[in-house]
Design a protein around this ligand. Structure first.
Ligand code: ATP
Length: 585
């Protein structure tokens, strides 16, 4: 294995970031060249000053002054244009960096969110990417390109007089120390502030979506208190960092101006002793301002630089935690054959599994009902069947292939999933049914809606399929949301349907329609797995799986299993009664 391949295997996230970084290198080289030109042209001011003081004033030549002024105008114009150009280039590097990585960061953030255990840190992928690219396009970035030219200006001052050079060098070292102090002092607060800010933002989004529930439960005050607490934590640290950075920025700026005047004073002293010309005195003062300007800009833009650095670190960890999906050989559309072997699943971040050693086989044209008390593991099973949660051990195979052999987006189309709590997305009903596809197939949208018995209901809405709905459903009732969720599960043409409590919000007609949809799926050779509490949901099931505390308690033909369950329940009730009587006697 080559060194770079080894690095890719061990730290894929960092490597990906570096690749994106190096893609911008050729353009960054152009920025460096432009910066060289800008910095050389910066010498125009001091040299012009030197010439005016020492040549024009001495010779009293108006022609020389006019020629110098013309040249100076041209050079400053060129400098301005090159400066604008390099600013535009870094903006484009930033935009390209962001667009190169955003799909990958978005996918990794979603995956992180999906697998995030309770209490785990919230992934801030898109925010971090934004912070990095904002810094790349900022004036602080240009200051970094200017920084290598600082010694050139300092050297030029040395040429004028070693004393002036020593003052400039000493001042520069002090300013660098101020920059390092800014870094050391603000790093902690800025990090805490960014993380707390992410939590507060997330909380605000969540509360914003649940405004109705918060209002109805009289929770506005408590919700505000929680959000305020999170935001205050972020703000406190941000204010602390800003106080420190602000103080140091003022110190750095004041010190730079003082140095310039000090240099002028030292220059004047040297002029009085005839060791320096007045032109060189003024020119060296201007040059020092120029030499230290990038350091000043670095101190002022430190918060952005720090946010980018921390964001870069977190992005590296995020991308390492969730490596890119490996390219998969596309498989032919499978048969509705689902095989579970010894399936053991634990929720993300949980220490112990909530589903243990489950075996099950579903064949084309069959429907299997999964029943069990609350917390028995039905939804855990549904999540494992859709590939949302990865098994701790054992396998789920669809058409003979384990779920991870399918591209996740393809798998989503093959296994239609109706979650227990349906969440819709901001958009039209048609877009929601088509899973927000960029170019949905309208015929299939209507077909899926018909299959879910939602077509008439949708037509009755003011703008039919084009009615806009919000994340919480907006104007839709619980039953209507569930029907749209079912239509979405049926789009475009799944092989297997996994329905988690599909009729919890449906009336009799809705339940009938659901059963008709299940019959249609079975008739065309599909398979259905239904997690259920209510008997109406399992009328179309040939087989029943009973889960108890995450373990398969029984499996077999529906009516046989139902009889067993009823007999067991009767026996348990009798035993309880006997125990109660015994206790009373
Ligand atoms: N995200 C999660 N993190 C940790 N534990 C979880 C998570 N989701 C579920 N559990 C736990 O897993 C167990 C099984 O939950 P599951 O949701 O699968 O049950 P269920 O049979 O679907 O229940 P219900 O009928 O009430 O929906 C429960 O003990 C639950 O507390």
């Amino acid at each position: 294995m080559t060194a770079s391949a080894a690095m890719t295997a061990t730290r894929p996230g960092r490597h990906e970031l570096r690749l994106a970084q190096s893609a911008g290198l050729p353009v960054a080289a152009a920025v460096a060249a432009f910066s060289a030109a800008v910095n050389l042209l910066m010498l125009t001011g001091p040299i012009f000053m030197l010439q005016v003081y020492d040549r024009v004033l001495a010779s009293r030549s108006v022609e020389t002054l006019a020629a110098l002024t013309l040249l100076m105008t041209f050079l400053f114009l060129a400098m301005g244009l090159i400066d604008v150009a390099r600013g535009r280039i870094v903006q484009r590097i930033a935009a390209r960096f962001q667009s190169r990585l955003e799909a990958r960061v978005f996918a990794a953030t979603l995956r992180d969110e999906q697998l995030r255990g309770p209490g785990a840190a919230v992934a801030m992928g898109p925010r971090d990417l934004e912070a990095v690219s904002r810094f790349v396009g900022s004036p602080t970035m240009l200051a970094i390109f200017d920084l290598p030219w600082t010694p050139l200006f300092a050297a030029a001052i040395f040429v004028f007089h070693p004393l002036l050079g020593a003052i400039a060098l000493g001042g520069g070292v002090l300013l660098v120390l101020i920059t390092l102090a800014t870094r050391a002092l603000t790093r902690g607060p800025l990090q805490i502030s960014a993380e707390a800010g992410g939590i507060a933002q997330r909380m605000a989004d969540l509360f914003g979506d649940q405004g109705e529930t918060l209002g109805a439960l009289g929770m506005r005050g408590t919700a505000f208190a929680r959000w305020h607490g999170a935001r205050a934590a972020s703000q406190d640290q941000a204010v602390r960092a800003a106080d420190l950075a602000g103080g140091l920025t003022a110190l750095s700026r004041g010190f730079r101006l003082f140095l310039q005047s000090l240099l002028l004073a030292a220059g004047a002293w040297l002029v009085l002793r005839n060791q320096l010309t007045p032109g060189a005195m003024i020119a060296s003062s201007i040059m020092m301002g120029r030499a230290l300007a990038p350091v000043d800009q670095l101190v002022a833009g430190w918060a952005g630089l720090q946010a980018a650095q921390d964001g870069w670190q977190r992005l590296g960890h995020l991308l390492t935690r969730h490596p890119p999906e490996p390219p998969r050989t596309p498989l032919p559309r499978p048969q509705a054959q689902l095989d579970l072997r010894n399936l053991t699943v634990a929720p993300p971040g949980a220490a112990s599994p909530t589903l243990r050693g489950v075996n099950l086989a579903l064949r084309p044209g069959q429907a299997i009902g999964v029943i069990g008390a609350s917390g028995a593991g039905k939804s855990t099973l549904a999540r494992a069947l859709t590939g949302a949660w990865t098994p701790l051990s054992g396998t789920v195979r669809l058409g003979g292939a384990t779920l991870d052999q399918y591209d996740p987006d393809v798998l989503g189309g093959l296994i239609g999933y109706l979650p227990q709590q349906v969440t819709l997305f901001d958009g039209t009903i048609a877009e929601n049914i088509a899973r927000l596809a960029a170019s949905p197939d309208p015929a299939r949208v209507v077909e899926a809606a018909r299959a879910a018995d939602a077509h008439r209901m949708i037509l009755d809405l003011p703008q039919g399929y084009d009615t806009r709905i919000s994340q919480t459903g907006g104007r839709l009732s619980g039953g209507q949301i569930q029907r749209i969720g079912l239509a979405r599960a049926l789009y475009p043409d799944p092989v297997i349907l996994v329905l988690d409590e599909p009729n919890s919000n449906l009336d009799h007609a809705g339940s009938e329609a659901l059963n008709a949809a299940i019959r249609r799926i079975k008739a065309r050779g599909g398979g259905v797995i239904i997690m259920a509490h209510r008997p109406a949901a399992i009328t179309e099931c040939e087989y029943l799986l009973v889960l108890e505390h995450g373990v398969r308690r029984s499996f077999g033909p529906r009516d046989k299993v139902l009889r067993e369950v009823t007999e067991n329940a009767a026996q348990i009730a009798e035993a309880r009664q006997a125990a109660t009587k015994g206790g009373a006697a």
